[in-house]
Design a protein around this ligand. Sequence first.
Ligand SMILES: C[S@@+](CC[C@H](N)C(=O)[O-])C[C@H]1O[C@@H](n2cnc3c(N)ncnc32)[C@H](O)[C@@H]1O
Length: 197
Amino acid sequence: MLSFMDHIKIKFRHFILPQEILIQLAQPHQTILDIGCGLGTFLMSLDAEKKNLKGVDVCSATVNKAQKILVQQGKTNIDIAHFNGDPTTISNWEHYDMIFLNDVLHHIHPKEQFNFLMKIHKKMRKGSLLVLKDIDASSPLVFFNKLHDLVVNRQKSYERPLAEYIEWCQKLGFLLDNVMKVRKLVYPHFIMVMTKI
Ligand SMILES: C[S@@+](CC[C@H](N)C(=O)[O-])C[C@H]1O[C@@H](n2cnc3c(N)ncnc32)[C@H](O)[C@@H]1O
């Protein structure tokens, strides 16, 4: 059963997330993997175009809720599954054109973040794209995201400055296609689009 907070998250997520940019980035691509998909709201926003959509999340309670929403709404081209949090255990990596990581890295322990990205890079098919969307810790507005995560998710968050992610992704061998900074309300987002070469 969806809680009051789940309904709020689904209804208002697009007010704080630069979802229109993410949807536009996904538009030309057919097979999409959303790692840390949560309740699947982003995948559901792509549904109209009948893409082949897969979401995974480490939280089994959230995955159960997302699966119920999919059944209720009769969405047959979206598959959401639980996984253990290790990207190397996700199957069919060669199948995906584009991988999204929307607001997941700041929920991962700082000591694990680079490793998590390295595993994704290792498994991605050459020529496929990674969209990394997170919160820029170099902005003082990061405070609002920390407050949000404490209040809404009851979690401490571990944002990093965009410059650090750029350095990491280049070190891993990604080709950076585009980097955007977008403020939505009080949230200082960044979006990196990169190709596995
Ligand atoms: C802020 S929510 C974002 C959900 C969704 N991506 C969105 O933008 O609406 C962060 C999500 O990351 C998930 N998460 C945390 N650690 C993870 C990991 N190691 N692998 C995959 N997902 C993880 C959480 O369970 C949660 O659903």
